[in-house]
Design a protein. Structure first.
Length: 400
């Protein structure tokens, strides 16, 4: 850990810890870790230590935390209150607001656990209480096997439940790409992850299946990233596009240097570029219809790589929330006991030089979630996308 930070870390300008403070901070970490030989305690100390570097992809992960019983609920900030968005706890519904856990206000839980979270403000809220497809919610690490939760229901009444985590069904571990026709000329494809190449392959097959549709809606909400889906980008892109501006520490190399672009960049003339974009490596002709992309604060890393060029050149209308704001390319080290160290080794900006890290991508249409949507089982982001399509849209920014 100590050797990797000065060698690979590319985000000192955002770090809460100056380079000159690294030695002393690491000494403190070692002294605390040696006080008691406890794996859980060490992992939490390492998480808090790396969180001081204030980068979404610079983190420590202990897989033993994923084997803990599930908390039984997923929380998001809705109307500035910690609200249940999914639950397997009998009596607790999506839309209910969590007031207290174990007699402690939920806001104080968040403040106490904030030092273990990384990245942008919106990304930190996801890490606190939302299973994002990659990491379990941080709250679940600190809850006892049996805990009391006080919540406010739809009528405004305060209720208290006792939750036995060991008796709850675990959150589903498998993710899959989904595709369906929403209307005769409108198709919807949900891509929950890019962790495995199969996700991109399946998404490409759906794009081919729905190639005759006038509009496609691509849903990458909650997509925690994985491998950048370059083939999927090319299959949907019918015009020139630009890539991130990239930088990394001296001596650290990746697949491209600071001035190089993705194969869809403006480094060649427009005519040859457009020909390269019309067909991807598999021979799939690029989709020519309208595109809507759905995003939220859980859209992160490689999923942001996917969204960015469509946002930059206006090829798609982006609907939802601000994305997580961390591009990735970390240097990983996996220890023999399964623990994983990740150091953010590449920093990116938007093609025009605008800051992205710790900020995120701004949607063209911002849509807020409300409690009544959750109680009614409604999806206001998808509904807004369908409304844009039905009403037609122009090139200028659309606001609702």
């Amino acid at each position: 850990m100590y050797q990797s930070i000065p060698l690979y870390f590319a985000h000192w300008e955002d770090s809460q810890l100056a380079r000159s403070q690294l030695d002393e901070a690491f000494k403190v970490l070692v002294e605390k870790a040696l006080l008691r030989g406890d794996r859980r305690r060490f992992s939490l100390l390492a998480m808090a230590f790396l969180a001081q570097l204030n980068n979404g992809h610079t983190r420590f992960y202990d897989p033993s935390f994923s084997r803990l019983p599930p908390p039984g609920m997923t929380l998001r900030l809705v109307e500035n209150r910690w609200t249940v968005t999914a639950s397997v706890i009998p009596g607790l519904k999506a839309g209910d607001v969590i007031c207290e856990i174990q007699g402690r206000p939920i806001d104080l839980w968040y403040v106490a656990l904030l030092p273990y979270t990384v990245g942008s403000r919106q990304s930190r809220t996801v890490q606190f209480g939302d299973w994002n497809g990659v990491f379990p919610p941080l709250l679940g690490i600190f809850l006892p096997d049996t805990y009391a939760v006080t919540y406010e229901d739809a009528r405004g009444a305060r209720c208290t439940l006792t939750v036995d985590r060991t008796a709850l069904l675990r959150e589903p571990a498998t993710l899959s790409v989904e595709g369906r026709l929403v209307a005769k000329d409108l198709a919807y494809i949900r891509i929950p992850s890019f962790l495995s190449p199969e996700f991109e392959v399946t998404a490409l097959s759906y794009v081919k299946d729905y190639s005759a549709a006038a509009c496609l809606i691509l849903d990458v909400r909650g997509n925690g990233g994985g491998n950048t889906p370059h083939a999927l980008i090319r299959a949907l892109m019918n015009c020139p596009y630009r890539w991130w501006l990239e930088s990394r520490p001296v001596g650290v190399s990746t697949s491209s240097d600071e001035t190089q672009r993705d194969p869809g960049a403006d480094s060649c003339d427009d005519a040859s570029l457009l020909r390269r974009l019309v067909t991807d490596d598999s021979g799939l002709e690029s989709y020519q219809g309208r595109l809507i992309i759905l995003v939220d604060r859980g859209t992160w890393s490689a999923a942001e790589d996917f969204v960015m060029p469509f946002k930059d050149n206006g090829r798609a209308v982006v609907v939802g929330e601000m994305t997580g704001g961390s591009s990735g390319q970390p240097q990983f080290y996996t220890f023999e006991n399964g623990m994983v160290l990740g150091i953010g080794a590449q920093r990116v900006r938007l093609p025009d030089g605008t800051r992205f890290e710790g900020v995120g991508l701004v949607p063209d249409i911002a849509v807020d979630l409300h409690r009544e949507h959750l109680y009614g089982g409604n999806d206001p982001v998808l509904d807004s996308a369908v409304a844009v399509i039905r009403g037609g849209y122009k090139d200028e920014l659309i606001q609702v």
